[in-house]
Design a protein around this ligand. Structure first.
Ligand SMILES: [Fe+2]
Ligand SMILES: [Fe+2]
Length: 220
C-alpha cells in the first residue's frame, strides 16, 4: 500500500464527515434567521464538501493508480447534542466555523513544499473553498441576526467547541508519520500544530472577541 495514497483516502473519509455536518447546518439554518449571504455560503459548502471527497480520491489515485470506492464518512460525535435544542443550530454553525478557519491556515501551510503544479492547484482551490466556508460563521456573527443572549451563550460554549475542534485537528491516522510527506501536500505534525495555533490565535479568537463573544474562558 502506498502511504501517501492511504492518507489521501483517509482525508476523503474526513471530507465525507464534513459534508454530512454541512448538510445538517444547512438544514438547521432556518432557525437562525440568517442573511441571504449566509444561506448562499452554506449551500456552497454542501456542494464543495461533496466535491472534496472526490478530489481527495483523485489525488490518492495519482499516487497508486487506484480510484477505489467512496469511503464511508469518518464517524463523528455530536458534541452539542446535550445543549438546549434551540441553541444547537448556533453551536454547530460555530463549531464548523472554527474548524474551517483552522483548515484555511493549514491548507495554506500544506502547500509550502509542494512542487507538482497539479497538486498546487488542488490545494489552491481547496484553500479558496475553506475561506468561504469559514465566512459562514463570521458573516453571521457580524450581522444583527445574533442576539446578545446568543453571543453570551456562544462565549460559554466556546471552550468546548474549540476543544472539540483541536482534538479533531491534532489527530493523525497511524499511517501519517511525524515528518509527513510535505511534497505530497501532507505536512509534518509540527507544521500542523503550528498552523492550528496560528489559526486559533490570529483568526478564531480575535474573530469571536471582535463580535462580542467572550474568549476569556478558553484554555488550550
Ligand atoms: Fe472540505
Ligand atoms: Fe470546508
Amino acid at each position: 500500500m502506498h502511504p501517501v495514497a492511504t492518507i489521501w483516502r483517509s482525508r476523503a473519509a474526513a471530507e465525507g464527515s464534513v459534508h454530512a455536518y454541512a448538510v445538517r447546518i444547512q438544514r438547521d439554518l432556518a432557525a437562525l434567521d440568517p442573511s441571504q449571504a449566509v444561506v448562499d455560503l452554506a449551500a456552497r459548502m454542501v456542494d464543495d464538501e461533496a466535491r472534496h471527497v472526490e478530489v481527495c480520491l483523485d489525488v490518492a489515485a495519482r499516487f497508486d493508480g487506484q480510484r477505489g470506492a467512496r469511503p464511508a464518512p469518518r464517524g463523528g460525535v455530536d458534541l452539542v447534542d446535550d445543549a438546549p435544542a434551540a441553541l444547537q443550530p448556533l453551536l454547530r454553525l460555530f463549531g464548523s466555523c472554527i474548524g474551517e478557519s483552522i483548515a484555511a491556515v493549514w491548507i495554506d501551510r500544506s502547500a509550502a513544499d509542494v512542487r507538482a503544479p497539479w497538486l498546487r492547484e488542488v490545494l489552491r482551490a481547496h484553500l479558496a473553498d475553506e475561506v468561504h466556508h469559514a465566512r459562514i460563521g463570521w458573516a453571521h456573527l457580524a450581522s444583527n441576526r445574533v442576539s446578545e443572549d446568543d453571543r453570551e451563550e456562544l462565549g460559554a460554549w466556546l471552550p468546548r467547541l474549540l476543544d472539540a475542534s483541536l482534538t479533531a485537528w491534532r489527530w493523525f491516522p497511524d499511517v501519517w508519520p511525524a515528518d509527513g510527506f510535505p511534497e505530497e501536500g501532507l505536512p509534518s505534525h509540527a507544521v500542523t500544530f503550528a498552523a492550528i495555533d496560528e489559526a486559533v490565535d490570529e483568526v478564531v479568537l480575535p474573530g469571536f472577541a471582535r463580535y462580542g463573544v467572550a474568549i476569556d474562558g478558553v484554555v488550550r
